[in-house]
Each structure stands twice: as C-alpha cells, then as structure tokens.
Design a protein around this ligand. Structure first.
Ligand SMILES: *[C@@H]1O[C@H](CO)[C@@H](O)[C@H](O)[C@H]1NC(C)=O
Ligand SMILES: *[C@@H]1O[C@H](CO)[C@@H](O)[C@H](O)[C@H]1NC(C)=O
Length: 312
C-alpha cells in the first residue's frame, strides 16, 4: 500500500484540559425474551469498565487496568457484586410498581437508571446527575442544585413526594454525586491513565467508489473520540459540497470517521488546491492529506475491466 498521507508533526503535547466522566447504566426489563432482566455497566471516559447481569450474577472487569483495583481493595469485586445483586431485587419490585402506576398488565417494559459524575482535571469542577427512565421517557431525576427530585410525568409524583421528604436519602445522593463518585472517578482514571490518556493518530486515506462519486477522506484508528476531519480549499475550511459522517467505534477501542467532498464541478487542474485535515482535540499535531488522483484508493478496477478514464 502506498503512503497516502503527508504528516505534519507540530509537537506532541496535549494542551486542552480533560473532563473525565464516570457513568453507570442500569437496565431492568420485563417481557423481553433472550435478554437478562437486569444489566449494569459502568463507563470511565466512555470506556466500559465493568459488566453485571441477572444471569451471571457477578460483576466483572472489562478493562485489564480495572484488575489493579483489587491490589488496594481485595474485596472490591465481591462488594460490587453484592450491591448489584441487591439492586437487581429492587428493579424487579420497581418495575411492578411502574406497571401499576401506568395501568399496564403485560407487554414489554424497560426501566433504566443513569447516574454518574464529571470532573474537570484542571478546574476541579464536578457535575453529577441521577436520572430514571421508563419505556424510553424520563421518569424522575435529581436536581443537585436544589436537592429535590423532578418528576416530568404525573405517574412519578408520588415517588417525588416520597423521596423529597426522605432527607437522609437526598443527602446521601448529594454526597455520592459530589464526593464519592468523583473520588472513585479519580482512582479509576489513575489506574487506567496509560490507556485513557493516550492519543492515537489515525491513518488517513482517500477513497472513491466510482470516478464520478465524491472523494471520501477516511481516518481510522484514532483515540480519543474528540476529533475533527474536514476538507480545505486553498487552506480555507469548506462547508459546501461536503458530507460529514459520524464518529464510529472500531472493535479495538479506537474510532473512525469520514468526510466526503463532491468534486463533480471541480476542474482536474484545480484538485491540487484541496486537502483534507484531521485534528485530534487538544493535540497540536494534525494530519494533512493532499487531494491527489494517484493517491485515491478505488475498487473499480477489481472486477476485471478498467474503470479509470481520463478526459481528453
Ligand atoms: C389508571 O387507572 C385509574 C383507575 O381507572 C385511573 O384513574 C388512572 O388515570 C389510570 N392511569 C393511567 C396512567 O392511565
Ligand atoms: C454533486 O454536485 C452536483 C452538482 O454540483 C450534483 O448534481 C450531484 O448530485 C452531487 N453529487 C452528490 C453525490 O451529492
């Protein structure tokens, strides 16, 4: 394979402050076949750290670096498992209560909770949240500022009254979100920092399906997922005739994205004025790939006949 990109290395320091996050997702379901009734996952900086479900009944690490937790805290996984086994029981009870509140007798229902915290490693600022959903709608959420519960649906009002009047519960929620959660987040980031704080630059290639298709600039293998990919003409970012794809995860934990440029109204002699730029957020070095016909990977010659034509 030819070298497809021209690398401009302008220094290797990560300059931006990093906001770290710890998130937990609990999902309870009823009436869904071939799916565990209760599933819990935790994520640090959107990387999955653990997994538990009602069938395995054991909380297990999902990153090698999460094994380091037991060096300081040998009971860690047993304790997590106990907490989640208890939570699983309340989910069963709660989903029955929810069905009653919504006058439902059967069918497929999903009850979810998402909670966690964010921590800015430069300012030290912390943000926490705790919210519950039922069948895809918000059910009840905690307002950390007022330390009260917000119920967007009338069916949650009884719960709001009950939880608001339980001061010990509210105080423990606040304490968890503002103290305990950030403390654990810092611990996890420290265990996983070599992996979490790394920056991987992608390989960038130019692809084209047919001679008249847009040229796709494709970057794959970058980490983290905060990145920008765009086309330039004479050094100016283009906003017209471009189509941005989403950032997609690769199996190995890195990410990929693409941006297409429609060149149908561009004269061949003007192609050299275009290039594609990849930038990782907070990283100074970027990758510039010049638009060059000879560097475009195509697959229109793989079917036996040539698809390459030149205008006279
Ligand atoms: C459930 O049924 C009760 C009694 O029939 C009724 O008052 C209530 O509005 C119903 N709730 C919903 C969510 O349909
Ligand atoms: C490219 O632009 C031309 C007009 O400039 C338009 O006719 C054509 O449909 C566009 N192609 C794509 C794939 O958007």
């Amino acid at each position: 394979m030819k070298t497809l990109s021209f690398l401009l290395l302008l220094g290797l320091t990560r300059v931006a402050a990093v906001t770290h996050s710890l998130k937990y997702f609990y999902t309870g379901s009823s009436g869904v076949s071939n799916f565990p009734e209760f599933v819990a996952v935790g994520l640090v900086d959107d990387v999955q750290i653990d997994y538990y479900d009602s069938e395995t009944r054991r909380d297990v690490p999902k990153q090698d670096w999460m094994d380091k937790v037991t060096a300081d805290d040998p009971q860690y996984w047993d304790r997590q498992t106990d907490i989640l086994t208890g939570t699983q029981q309340t989910y069963k009870v709660n989903i029955d209560i929810l069905k009653q509140r919504f006058n439902q007798t059967g069918g497929l229902h999903v009850y979810q909770r998402m909670y966690g915290c964010e921590w800015d490693d430069e300012t030290g600022e912390v943000r926490g949240y705790d919210q519950y959903g039922y069948d895809g709608e918000d059910f009840i959420l905690f307002d950390l500022k007022t330390q009260t519960w917000i119920s967007p649906t009338p069916q949650a009002f009884i719960t709001k009254q009950k939880w608001d009047s339980d001061k010990a519960f509210t105080v423990s929620r606040k304490n968890y979100l503002t103290q305990i959660c950030p403390e654990w987040l810092k611990k996890y980031v420290n265990y996983g920092k070599i992996s979490l704080l790394r920056t991987d630059l992608p390989s960038v290639s130019l692809l084209q399906k047919t001679p008249s298709s847009p040229v796709s600039c494709h970057a794959t293998g970058f980490y983290p997922d905060k990145a920008d990919l765009f086309w330039r003409k004479d050094g100016e970012q283009l906003h017209e005739d471009v189509d941005h794809g989403e950032i997609l995860p690769n199996k190995d934990g890195t990410f990929q994205m693409r941006v297409d440029l429609n060149l149908s109204s561009v004269r061949p002699e003007d192609w050299s004025r275009y290039d594609c730029v990849f930038q990782l957020s907070g990283v100074k070095n970027h990758i510039v790939t010049k638009l060059d016909k000879d560097q475009i990977r195509t697959n229109w010659e793989t079917c036996g006949k040539t698809g390459r034509t030149r205008s006279f």
